[in-house]
Each structure stands twice: as structure tokens, then as C-alpha cells.
Design a protein around this ligand. Sequence first.
Ligand code: NGS
Length: 252
Amino acid sequence: RLPSVSNATETERKLETCPDNPPRLVGPLRVEFSDPVTLDLVRSENQALQPGGRFKPTECIAQQKVAIIIPFRHRDEHLKYWLYYLHPILQRQQLDYGIYVINQRPLRLGKGETSACSFSGQSHYASLAASDEWLPYAQYFGGVSSLSKEQYLKINGFPNNYWGWGGEDDDIFNRVSSKGMSISRPDGVIGRCRMIRHDRDKQNDPNPQRFDRIAHTRETMASDGINSLTYNVVNIEKDQLFTKITVDVGKP
Ligand code: NGS
């Protein structure tokens, strides 16, 4: 017998595509950062996850396959709440998804320095998209954004030549707009987000070169991006809730 051309399993072939409106959405949620949350609690509440923070619905075939990429450094307290609130939402949305925490290999912190976390309520939402709830300026592209693989490759990925705080998101805005793409900013009903307020990180001062860099994105983007990216993978950890990839991206 000839091997099947499709790699879908027998069960998948019988399933229908998930509906446009997933049936178990619950609407707005109360999001609090004062309640204690542990990773074990999140694991016990998300038992349908596959190792590495992977999920796909069993009742239908997901319309979207999404990699959620979290650039990460010293924010374990924030990540815990993120996982607690987002995993159930993404499952109710019937997405085929995976959570990838990209951990920039820690700089050596001085004695007594830890990453600071302070929380207070502030709405913030952005995606290839950002709602009106928190838009510091019209071209803002920070926070949460989404791109298809094709869109990402069209802009040659993200810049590698920004060190320290600020401007890298403006560079991505320049890339997107210079390729003639428009940015959709869903309203606060479809696109909702809650920002975890925090202090500026230590050893991450504003980058004095950022204004000069964003003035030249159009000239630099063809040679600086995914095609010039270099890094070393230091460790890959597959937790039930996420895949954490620790990378060394070098230094300025
Ligand atoms: C701009 C920064 C962006 C930053 C935004 C919001 O000034 O990278 O502020 O910052 N651009 C430059 O510095 C060129 S925030 O209010 O979140 O601290 O995302």
C-alpha cells in the first residue's frame, strides 16, 4: 500500500475546522497581580498541555497555528502571571499554539541587585495592532505585536543593533511601513491587554544611539535582521508550561 500523502492523523482527518467564534470564550476577565500564583498551580490548572507549553484543540482543527515568543530577562514574577492568565485564554480560543520564552543569558548582576517588580493596574494592548487604551504615539509598535512568517521575512525580521533601552520597536514600525504593510489595531473589545507596571531594569539604560538608528532603518534593514542574526543556544528547557530557550546574543 502506498504511504499517505497527508501527514494528518486518522482522527484529524475526521475533524472539522474550528469555528470563527470559539464556543467557550468567557469575555472580559478580572486580572489581578496581588493574588499569589505558583507555577505548580498553573500546571495543575492546565493539564491538557503537551511538554514545552504546546497545545492544540482535540475537538476541531485549529484555524491558526501560533508561536508566542516572549523575549525574557529577569522577569520570573511577571512570567508566572502571564502563564496563569494566558494559557486558559489561548485554549478557549482553540488555537494550535506553543509558548517560547527566549531568555537572554543573564548579565552578571552586582551584589544586592535583583530585577524589580511592582504592579499596578494599567491597560495596555498592542498587536500588529494596539488598541487606543494605551498608545503613547500613533506609530507605537511596542508591547505585543503579531506577524505572519511571510510578513516577518518580508521585513528581514527584527534589528540586532539596538543595545539597552528603547527604539527597537520603532525600528520594527519603520520596517513594516517601509514594506507597505498597514498596522491593524483592534478595538478594546477584540484586543484586550493588561500591562504589568514595572520599574526600569538595572543595567539597561536608554541607548543614546537609538534616535540615529531609527533615522536609518530603511538603509540598514536589508543587511541587519534575520539574515545577519548570530546567537548561541545555551540551554533548552521544556517545562509543561513553556519552552525556555536560553541564548547568548553576544554584546555590543
Ligand atoms: C519611545 C521609545 C520606544 C518605547 C516607547 C514607550 O520613546 O522604544 O517610548 O516607552 N522610542 C525611543 O526611545 C526612540 S514606555 O512608555 O513603555 O517606557 O517603546
